[in-house]
Design a protein around this ligand. Structure first.
Ligand code: SAH
Ligand code: DHB
Ligand code: MG
Length: 239
């Protein structure tokens, strides 16, 4: 674990994330201080996640705000999140939902889901979130069969080797206009290595090929740097 101290918060990066450069952290602290300032429920959720020993791979504050801006732009009635962890990204999105809007969030680990449920409850948001525990690839067909879609915004942020399957399910659960965001597509630039044997890289590269080949998708990638190091989002809209 690498530990980085900023003005407001300590960020522990998992060993597989390289260190964030000091200026990336300073710029995140600057913009984050103005646009994603300290907030009792969000800060409490991060604290609870670390206290419970969850990995520090929540989206950063400014990335959470990015998701929230998307929710404000799209006014989604239904959001699907794949990969809940402690519900930090869920809180950012759930807060901005329009009246009647709901998030279905899928999480494999019971322990993570339990922490997320408490965080959402403390934030007064549990009634807007439907947490489903189990492998996403088991939950997704059930969701589809129950007629839960179509979703207006889909955030894919779970195990990266399954990203191709998650994209396929996202398309099945989408409508024209649905926005799909995939986290962690750059991973320190490792994604550019066509020969990589890393299952995360291979999953992300196969997912990106699918995006590129899918005539129904208009997609791009935004590389980003910040407290979580060097990474990026893929963002696509269904046409
Ligand atoms: N979106 C969260 C971070 C998610 S971290 C945030 O930004 O706050 C990735 C999560 O995906 C972890 O909690 C992990 O347990 C979960 N996960 C891993 N494999 C999964 C699977 N097969 N199905 C569902 N969730 C999975
Ligand atoms: C990892 C997963 C994430 O979703 C993330 O944002 C950063 C790191 C990981 O599995 O290492
Ligand atoms: Mg992520």
């Amino acid at each position: 674990m690498v530990s980085k101290k900023t003005e407001k918060q300590e960020y522990r990066l998992p060993g597989n994330l390289k260190m964030a450069r000091p200026e990336w952290i300073a710029v995140d602290a600057y913009f984050g201080g103005l646009l994603a300032p300290p907030d009792a429920h969000l800060d409490a959720a991060l604290k609870a996640n670390r206290a419970a020993g969850l990995p520090a791979i929540d989206v950063s504050p400014l990335q959470g705000k990015f998701l929230q801006v998307l929710v404000r732009m799209l006014r989604p009635k239904r959001v699907l999140e794949i990969g809940t962890l402690g519900g930090y990204s869920t809180i950012w999105m759930a807060r901005a939902l329009p009246r009647g809007g709901r998030i279905v969030s899928l999480e494999f680990l019971q322990k993570h889901a339990d922490v997320a449920r408490k965080n959402l409850e403390n934030a007064g948001l549990l009634k807007r979130v439907d947490l489903r525990v189990g492998r996403a690839l088991d939950s997704l067909p059930k969701l589809a069969a129950s007629g839960a879609g179509p979703f207006d915004l889909i955030f894919i942020d779970a195990d990266k080797p399954n990203n191709p399957q998650y994209l396929k399910w996202a398309l099945k659960l989408a409508r024209v206009g649905t926005v799909i965001v995939v986290d962690n597509v750059v991973r320190d630039g490792k994604v550019a290595d066509a020969k990589s044997a890393d299952p995360d890289v291979r999953g992300t590269r196969r997912m990106t090929s699918l995006m590129a080949r899918e005539p129904q998708l208009c997609a791009t990638v935004v590389q980003n740097v910040g407290v979580k190091g060097y990474d990026g989002f893929a963002i696509a809209v269904v046409e």
